[in-house]
Ligand binder design. Structure first.
Ligand SMILES: [Mg+2]
Length: 305
């Protein structure tokens, strides 16, 4: 069966403003060999065109906007499918507003079907308005469950999950989270590749660096998953997870070697893995994603004598 690849971006093909070694050559092989692939990102700020420019500046210049699928696009696809004709009050940036517009979902500040929360820095005024609209019946949807996102070594910014969580607290309504790890992100991306490459049968493999989003979503959708160790996960964290990736690779360079030689790669000496990851922006207290809440918040039983 023909193989297809879904690839996370941050921590997989680049870190901060540097390409992971092998990433460019891998994309070259995908394009040269006509291998179906798509970049998946939970970041709902950029449009596919913005991402295209970003990768071009990083050194991958042979892509097109259709190689990217964002959580904002996934949210737009979802709303258009489950509720044709719906309207939205948006808290987010260009990537979200353009995706909703493309899907034919109108802006509505009076009586929207949904309040849609994406990444960004909303004003308190806008949050108050969203609160009011939810109180009046609008349903709360978020592009992704990330509470915070790494921006640089040791530095983070608040994510869409944190904003949605604010509105959950103020309204008592639970948000519905699109993006990874929601299976809808993976199923829509797979569907997109199947129709684009006219292949009803594709063996789809997700390549990611984050267990709770990339790997979890792939496992739950029935896809294969390859974890790379160039991002937020180190190999000693794996035993702590209920679900596991199909394979672990040091970096995408291992996949490149495999595609070129046809021999499955199992290297554990990749230069990408030798980097010092102390002071890592992704290691800190607090749940990274809204879906991380796996523990019951249970009151201690009253003491009996
Ligand atoms: Mg990542």
């Amino acid at each position: 069966m023909k193989k297809a690849y879904l690839l996370d971006m941050d921590g997989v093909i680049y870190r901060e403003n540097h390409l992971v070694p092998g990433a460019k050559a891998l994309v070259d092989v995908f394009i040269r060999e006509g291998i179906p692939f798509l970049f998946l990102t939970n970041n709902s700020v950029p449009t596919p065109e913005d991402l295209l420019i970003k990768l071009k500046h990083l050194g991958i210049g042979n892509l097109s906007a259709r190689h990217f699928y964002t959580s904002a696009m996934n949210t737009a696809d979802f709303l258009a499918e489950v509720h044709p004709g719906c309207t939205a009050f948006i808290i987010g940036e260009a990537g979200l507003s353009s995706a909703l517009k493309e899907a034919g979902i109108a802006n509505d500040t009076i009586s929207p079907t949904y309040v849609v929360v994406g990444e960004g820095t909303p004003s308190l005024e806008r949050l108050n308005k969203a609160h009011e609209l939810i109180e009046r019946g609008a349903r709360l949807v978020a592009t992704n469950p990330d509470n915070w996102c790494p921006v640089a070594q040791g530095k983070t910014r608040p994510g869409a999950g944190a904003t949605a969580s604010y509105l959950e607290a103020s309204t008592g309504q639970r948000a519905y989270y699109l993006g990874k790890p929601n299976g809808y992100m993976f199923s829509r991306a797979t569907k997109l590749l199947k129709s684009r490459y006219r292949s009803p049968e594709l063996e789809t493999i997700m390549i990611g660096d984050t267990m709770d989003t990339d790997i979890r979503g792939a496992v739950e959708t029935g896809l294969q998953s390859y974890l790379v160790l160039t991002g937020s996960t180190s190999i000693d964290e794996l035993p702590g997870y209920v679900f596991q990736p199909t394979r672990v690779m040091e970096s995408v360079a291992d996949l490149l070697a495999e595609l070129e030689t046809g021999v499955p790669s199992n290297r554990l000496d990749s230069p990408a893995y030798q980097q010092d990851t102390s002071g890592e922006a992704t290691t800190r207290d607090g749940d990274r994603h809204q879906t991380d809440r796996q523990k019951f918040q249970r009151r201690k039983p009253a003491m009996t004598r």
